[in-house]
Design a protein around this ligand. Structure first.
Ligand code: HEC
Ligand code: HEC
Ligand code: HEC
Ligand code: HEC
Length: 155
């Protein structure tokens, strides 16, 4: 029964997302502010990090150049810099309380499990860094997510 519910919810979610995306009116990204409303301390770490400002070091032309934005993000408030969703996946469907709490469903509708491998997508040997990417050292700088969400605390 539970599986049936999960599948129905998944299909519904995809249908809604598909319909919305087809109209082109709403992005599949909800933006860090939405995540912040339930994950305030993860959001604080992020806001203080280089990722939140990654688009700000680019000039106007570079901010619309895909060769830069693929790693630095764009100037759009919802996509600015390297956002939560760059690592965790676009949240339109999963960023709802009941979906977030279900570890099977949230992954089915797009929540990704970021790891050291996901860093390498942008922290490559070609970026301006002289030294190879040291995951443990870099993760320590942006470590977050081990607190309970606001919603969970309220339970
Ligand atoms: C309506 C509140 C709400 C919103 C909005 C929300 N979350 Fe969550 N999130 C939760 C709850 C509740 C959990 C369950 C675990 C907990 O309480 O910490 C959770 C869990 C998670 C987890 C761990 C999931 C797992 O199964 O391992 C990640 C990662 C996460 N959220 C990221 C995000 C990101 C990124 C966004 C924005 C795109 C977001 N959340 C938006 C409430 C929310
Ligand atoms: C493959 C991913 C990737 C691409 C593509 C990329 N960058 Fe970067 N860039 C990075 C990373 C990662 C860093 C941070 C390196 C570090 O500090 O370890 C960085 C750092 C920078 C910095 C230094 C930022 C600072 O505050 O010190 C500038 C400026 C910059 N990039 C500009 C650009 C421009 C302009 C483009 C497009 C022509 C571009 N980058 C394309 C990944 C990328
Ligand atoms: C640069 C990539 C990156 C960004 C940006 C990022 N995260 Fe994460 N996040 C991670 C990684 C890596 C983990 C650790 C996953 C693990 O240990 O399983 C994590 C863990 C989490 C967890 C705990 C997951 C769990 O399994 O309990 C939550 C919640 C979370 N992040 C929320 C957010 C929110 C909210 C934002 C934006 C405000 C954000 N993250 C931005 C990479 C990122
Ligand atoms: C979507 C691309 C992208 C991903 C994925 C990404 N980063 Fe970054 N990261 C950047 C860019 C771009 C910068 C440079 C921002 C600036 O200074 O303008 C940066 C800067 C940083 C910095 C600060 C500069 C430094 O080198 O100390 C840390 C720490 C960092 N990233 C850690 C991580 C970790 C850990 C992961 C994986 C969990 C990760 N990043 C994943 C693009 C990315």
């Amino acid at each position: 029964m539970r599986r049936v519910i999960v599948i129905l919810a998944l299909l519904f979610g995809l249908a809604v997302t598909g319909a919305v995306l087809a109209t082109g009116e709403v992005s599949e990204f909800v933006g860090a502010d939405r995540c912040a409303s339930c994950h305030p301390s993860a959001a604080k770490v992020w806001k203080d990090s280089a990722h939140a400002r990654a688009h700000k070091g680019l000039d106007k032309q570079q901010t619309s150049d895909p060769r830069c934005t693929q790693c630095h993000g764009v100037a759009d408030a919802r996509r600015g810099g390297v956002q939560c969703e760059n690592c965790h996946g676009a949240g339109r469907t999963y960023a709802r309380r009941h979906v977030m709490k279900d570890k099977v469903l949230n992954r089915l509708v797009g929540l990704k499990e970021p790891s050291n491998v996901s860093c390498n997508r942008c922290h490559t040997d070609n970026n301006p860094s002289i030294r190879p990417f040291d995951f443990d050292g870099k993760w320590a700088v942006i470590r977050h997510g081990f607190e309970k969400s606001k919603e969970q605390e309220a339970d």
